[in-house]
Design a protein around this ligand. Structure first.
Ligand SMILES: [Ca+2]
Length: 394
């Protein structure tokens, strides 16, 4: 009997070491510690002041300006507790669903569902719902086949909103990563409040992908809470190399009522103007928006003095059809298969008049930019007077 057990242990250890021989990588994070809540009052004060002065930062006192250098509050800022400002996250748009193996039952108005780890709110958390520390419990992120690839995972561990709640609940220490149910890595989390960023292998196939795919994060080890066993995660945010094609902050979108609105302020359900076949404008509803940080932009300078700055692959509608500065990259979108290289002298219908492109300038500066990714109707909208495409992934 004893021999059998020994033999079993022997085979078990063979099996685990062969598992270890698989391509399992161990990832260490880059860490940004934040004492969430500590400067909330300051944040709210600056936010209020900026609203009072109609978002003109020059009207703040030097001390207020200095504070806002740290906060970066602007018109699109949602709240102190939001990890994202100005519209939706790109990965929220394309993520199919998040499933948890278990979740703690709702307590009054508090929920602990899987979706809480990807709602960009530091006030909401996922908590596993089994007895003990939840080792073996997991979150499963399911993606559509052509979803943007994932190569960066940023985790806000534990119940990060307060030091007391953070320490009271358990936190993840090691998370095992599965790509399509195959173990591929281990994330070694630190026991800190703040952001922990892991640069991983690249998962998914991007625009070439057809089959749905998944990432699973499974609790392997925890830092035990002082009061509760429940293991808690506040946020898991994803990023990768496939980014939406975007316009720089301040670009003006033509609205259905004829006014113009900065692209960073455009939200779901806004009514914007779109071109129609008879040359007139009509109204369409924004269904989704996205933002991303890019480091390469082009500015198109038109003969009428109009300018438009966007990513090189963003598609503009010229009088000879779809054009962009990087047509090969533009073709990844289902509605922009036919794209030609933009040329000086190409003509565009801007505010009802035919205007030529005079020059193109390139810039390399890392900044946030924005776009509309889905409309209730059509796939074109108007930015700085120019008709552009909303690139559709499906
Ligand atoms: Ca959350």
């Amino acid at each position: 009997m004893r021999k059998q057990i020994k033999l079993a242990i022997f085979f078990l250890s063979l099996w685990t070491s062969s598992l270890g021989a698989e391509n399992i990588k161990v990832y260490e994070p880059t860490v940004k510690e934040v004492d969430f809540g500590k400067d909330e009052a300051d944040w709210n004060r600056i936010h209020k002041r900026l609203r009072q002065v109609n978002w003109d930062e020059d009207k703040l006192t030097p001390a207020e300006r200095k504070l806002n250098e740290k906060f970066g509050i602007w018109e699109g800022s949602n709240s102190y507790w939001s990890t994202i400002d100005g519209g939706d996250g790109w990965y929220e748009v394309h993520l199919d669903t998040i499933i948890a193996s278990s979740s703690l039952k709702n307590q009054g108005k508090y929920t602990y569902d899987a979706s809480n780890v990807h709602d960009y709110s530091l006030k909401t958390i996922w908590s596993e719902g089994v007895k003990g520390h939840g080792v073996g419990e997991y979150l499963l992120f399911k993606f559509e086949g052509n979803s943007p690839r994932v190569s960066t995972i940023t985790i806000t561990n534990g119940c990060a909103q307060s030091k007391v709640l953070y320490e009271a609940n358990s936190r993840a220490k090691k998370l095992k990563v599965y790509y399509n149910d195959k173990p591929v890595g281990i994330l070694n989390l630190k026991d800190i409040r703040g952001y922990q960023t892991f640069e991983t292998d690249t998962f998914g196939l991007g625009h070439e992908g057809v089959k749905p795919w998944s990432l699973k994060l499974e609790i392997m080890e925890v830092y035990p809470g002082t009061k509760y066993d429940d293991t808690v995660i506040t946020e898991i945010n994803l990023e990768g190399p496939d980014k939406p094609l975007c316009f720089v902050k301040g670009s003006k979108v033509k609205m259905a009522d004829g006014s113009n609105k900065e692209i960073e302020l455009i939200k779901k359900e806004d009514k914007i103007a779109i071109p129609s076949t008879n040359g007139q404008l009509k109204s369409a509803t924004v269904k989704s928006v996205a933002k991303a940080v890019h480091d390469k932009y082009v500015t198109y300078n038109f003969a009428n003095g109009q300018k438009l700055s966007c990513t090189p692959d963003h598609v503009l509608v010229s009088t000879r059809g779809n054009v962009s500065s990087a047509p090969e990259q533009s073709k990844q979108y289902s509605n922009t298969k036919e794209v030609q290289k933009i040329k000086i002298g190409d003509t565009f219908l801007i505010d009802g008049k035919t205007t030529a492109l005079e020059s193109i300038t390139e810039s390399s500066k890392s900044e946030e930019s924005y776009t509309i990714t889905e409309l209730s109707e059509g796939d074109e909208f108007i930015v700085n007077g120019v008709i552009v495409k909303a690139e559709m992934r499906k």
